[in-house]
Design a protein. Structure first.
Lengths: 273, 594
């Protein structure tokens, strides 16, 4: 039984590693990181790759060692004496501090750079502001229009029935008059976006795996992130914060367009308001 | 050390059925009651997971009889989206609280901590009895939420506000379902506070003559350290639950800010904070991970030592490392909130202790591995599950490297990567600790032996099955598969559904294998062969020096006197392979730490 268990551990360790290395599940299903379409994403991907190497080596080494020890030390003769691990407990504690300590320190320090690239650098002054609003169970987006300013939100004016999703008072608030509200998010490629996030009701999240962005909408607290998309295409924005029965179906599309196409699209959307 | 034993001794052996088996003051009966509660809870939790997994693999599948559970939740036996979330919430809550906390900590700890410490009972037997019955009440209140008009809450076991606090407008189950959930958990917290107080005082004040703290077995240390965590963690969750109830029934706004709009109506709340709930919850929630796993570490160490016929390379290093885990567990909770909108500097502040906590974990694993080296490893159901625990703890722990880093968390937060991580490290590993403890201590608890062949089949199938379920979760998470979805309708998730189908088949198989364990457990309890003697595994600690099952006051007429460290195995020059703690035989072992 001991040898069967040892072999089982080895087989499981190897089989577990294969989809990580090949990024593929049987049936040619891709299970690797999605493609990166952001300017900051390479830092996250490098950090992920470094961590995967360190974690992978630790995983395989410790599982294989466990399997070998089970195989080797479950067979003994009655007269055999207990042997002490070379270096004893002190050696292992020192090894843990040196190896794991160095490993986590390195990951922690280098990881700061990737985190800082998203959260510690302010958006540049010419970043394009877009507001995202999350509510059960849809995203809406708002562009400030030619005046470059968002009109204020009035919760008591929010009305799904009359499509006033943000609760704008276009009669009395001059800043709201030219605001453009859409159900799809379009952005120009290679242009920094400053995303202002507002929750209408519950906790939600803005997750675009290709954009390497995930950020919660916090009710009562407006938060923001900024990013630059580098590849034209259509991607999905999904909610990752449990928000109610329709959570699984809460999504919108992100279209990354050329500047020219974006200008056209925005003009069309303005005409529909 | 003995000043409190008079209190414990005040209750004589019970004579009535009710005092003996129901409202018992005996820590051993209370331990068994906790175990039975955990068994009922885990069966419910497992069936819920089967239903969830079937739905995730085949979303439109009719599950025969499901409408009996809820006509509105499963019309035509097909689950509605909200009912999936409701069952998911109940699965998580039942498993985390009523299985992973009650079995390794409250059940085994109640039964064996006083015996291993050499005490007649716990110092506050009435509190101990209340601990179980308050916990039991909490369980009944939770299960009752299945039967209220719109069913249990759908907000997940974390119950994030404002969904949990805004009332019925949040969706089905967000009214009475949440109130019952919060009341249940508040009851549970009170029960565990009573238990923790007893565990701490038993360890500090009730030890028998010669039993210094360092002579306590590692299992006793695991329960002691856990009880210190329990005292502080549950003391925070309980008021949080009370505030959540008040937001529902008293019109307060602790967790709901102003200006929220549902169904075109502005909610009548203002001034609350949704992040406040997250801070309070995770201040409990992360220590809870260690409340679930540290008793398992202690149990596994104890079981392994007996079956390796040697002490750990260092008794003290294991104790200090478990204590370090407990202390650090309070400094890491913010890693659950990296993308919550919390100050991003705080994320870094929480990230470093989260990375550092891998050091004591790694030390414990290395000491286990280093102690296996050169041992005389006996293979039985208990030792196999202990070895399986190590494998699962390594696999689940290593994925923590990713989640400790905020930059990588951006990608895998709230995905199946997290689900795979915590199921392996605090779910499966902790369950393996429970199984190891069950196969090991069954003869002492019930006076009979479990079937070893069935135990080994149970181990191998559970080991392979658990990996088949939870390793693919990581791959799904890396590909961006969001958790807590009842169906996968996003373009990029549809291609991943075959992986979910594989996981569902593996989960059904692994779940079915647990029925072998349940059969073995129940059959052996009543019909299993009688334990050949009081010490069938040739152990050294005090539970093996008393009768099987132990008498009412644990040790009969004569209280034990302890002469040695707990694990005197393979001692050179000794008359046998092991020397019991109660044996006055002198020991000159290089392994005995002074």
């Amino acid at each position: 039984m001991a040898k069967l268990v040892a072999v089982t551990i080895v087989v499981i360790a190897i089989l577990s590693a294969i989809p990580i290395i090949t990024h593929t599940w049987p049936g040619n299903i891709s299970v690797g990181l999605p493609q990166d379409i952001s300017t900051h994403g390479y830092l996250i991907d490098e950090q992920y790759a470094d961590t995967m190497i360190e974690a992978g080596v630790s995983f395989l080494a410790s599982q294989l060692l466990l399997a070998y020890f089970i195989w080797r030390f479950s067979s003994y003769k009655p007269g055999d004496k207990i042997k002490k691990f070379p270096g004893g407990a002190t050696g292992l504690v020192v090894a843990a501090f040196l190896l794991v300590g160095t490993e986590v320190l390195a990951l922690g320090v280098f990881g700061t750079k990737a985190w800082g690239s998203v959260y510690f650098t302010p958006p540049s002054p010419n970043a394009m502001a877009v507001q995202a609003q999350a509510g059960q169970f849809a995203f809406y987006f708002r562009y400030p229009g030619p005046d470059g300013t968002f009109g204020p939100i009035h919760p008591n004016l929010v009305s799904e029935a009359s499509a006033n999703f943000f609760g704008l008072d276009t009669t009395n608030d001059p800043d709201s008059k030219d605001d453009i509200v859409t159900a799809e998010m379009a952005i120009p490629v290679n242009r920094e976006i400053h995303l202002l996030m507002h929750s209408k009701d519950m906790g939600h999240s803005f997750y675009v795996p290709e954009l390497r962005i995930q950020q919660d909408f916090v009710p009562g607290l407006d938060v923001s992130v900024h990013f630059t998309a580098t590849k034209i295409g259509k991607y999905e924005i999904v909610c990752t914060q449990l928000c109610g029965l329709g959570h699984y179906n809460m999504k919108a599309y992100l279209e990354v367009m050329s500047q020219e196409d974006f200008d056209k699209w925005l003009k069309q959307q303005a005409a529909l308001q | 050390m003995h000043d409190m034993s008079a209190h414990a001794a005040q209750h004589g052996a019970p004579t009535s059925f009710i005092r003996k088996h129901i409202f018992s003051l005996d820590h051993k009966v209370i331990g068994k009651q906790y175990y039975d509660l955990a068994l009922v809870a885990v069966l419910i939790g497992m069936v819920l997971s089967w239903i969830m997994r079937l739905h995730l693999g085949w979303a439109s599948l009719a599950i025969p009889g499901l409408h009996l559970l809820s006509k509105t939740g499963a019309p035509g036996d097909v689950m509605t989206p909200e009912y999936y979330l409701q069952l998911m919430t109940m699965h998580g809550t039942i498993m985390v609280f009523f299985v992973l906390t009650t079995a390794p900590f409250a059940a085994f700890g109640n039964f064996f901590l006083p015996i291993q410490a050499g005490a007649e009972d716990m110092p506050f037997p009435h509190f101990n009895m209340m601990s179980f019955w308050v916990t039991f009440t909490g369980f009944i209140v939770l299960v009752a939420s299945f039967f209220v008009s719109d069913g249990p809450t759908l907000g997940g076991w974390t119950q994030y506000a404002p969904l949990s606090a805004a009332g019925p407008v949040g969706g089905p189950g967000e009214g009475w379902g949440v109130v019952l959930w919060a009341a249940s958990i508040a009851f549970f917290c009170v029960g565990q506070l009573f238990g923790s107080l007893n565990f701490i005082t038993t360890t500090l004040d009730m030890r028998c003559k010669g039993m210094s703290l360092l002579r306590l077995p590692l299992s006793a240390w695991g329960w002691f350290i856990t009880s210190v965590m329990g005292l502080t963690a549950f003391a925070v969750l309980m008021p949080a639950c009370i505030l959540l109830i008040l937001d529902h029934v008293a019109g307060t706004s602790f967790f709901v800010p102003g200006g929220l709009v549902v169904n075109d109506q502005v909610l009548p709340h203002q001034g609350g904070s949704t992040l406040l709930w997250q801070h309070l919850f995770w201040f409990f929630g992360h220590p809870e991970v260690y409340i679930a796993i540290v008793p398992g570490m202690g149990i596994v160490s104890h079981v392994l030592i007996t079956n390796m016929r040697r002490p750990m390379l260092s008794h003290r290093v294991i104790i200090y490392s478990m204590a370090a885990l407990a202390v650090l567990s309070y400094m890491v909770y913010g890693h659950h909130m990296f993308v919550s909108g919390m100050n991003p500097v705080s994320s870094l502040a929480f990230s470093f202790p989260t990375l550092v906590i891998t050091i004591p974990s790694a030390i414990i694993v290395l000491i286990w591995l280093g102690s296996l080296y050169g041992s005389k490893l006996r293979i039985n159901s208990a030792s196999l599950f202990a070895l399986g625990f190590i494998s699962m703890f390594i696999s689940g722990g290593i994925s923590g490297f990713f989640l400790a880093q905020p930059s990588i968390d951006i990608m895998v937060h709230a995905t199946y990567f997290v689900v795979g991580h915590f199921h392996l490290v605090m779910g499966v590993a902790a369950m393996f600790g429970i199984f190891a403890g069950t196969y090991f201590w069954f003869p002492k608890m019930f006076g009979r032996m479990m079937n070893e062949t069935l135990g080994k089949i149970h181990f191998w199938c559970s080991f392979v099955g658990a990996y088949a379920i939870f390793m693919p979760f990581h791959y799904l998470g890396i590909a961006g598969n969001v958790r807590r979805y009842q169906a996968f309708v996003d373009d990029y998730l549809i291609p991943l559904i075959p992986v979910h189908k594989f996981i569902t088949v593996a989960a059904l198989f692994t779940g079915a294998v647990q029925l072998i364990f349940v059969y073995n457990l129940i059959y052996s309890r009543f019909k299993g062969p009688k334990a050949p003697n009081d010490n069938p595994w040739e152990g050294t600690s005090l539970e093996w020096s008393t009768a099987t099952p132990p008498p009412h006051n644990n040790f009969g007429d004569k209280m034990p006197v302890v002469y040695h460290d707990p694990y005197q195995y393979s001692v050179e020059g000794a008359s046998a392979d092991y020397i019991m703690q109660t044996s006055p035989e002198p020991v000159h072992s290089p392994d005995e730490e002074k």
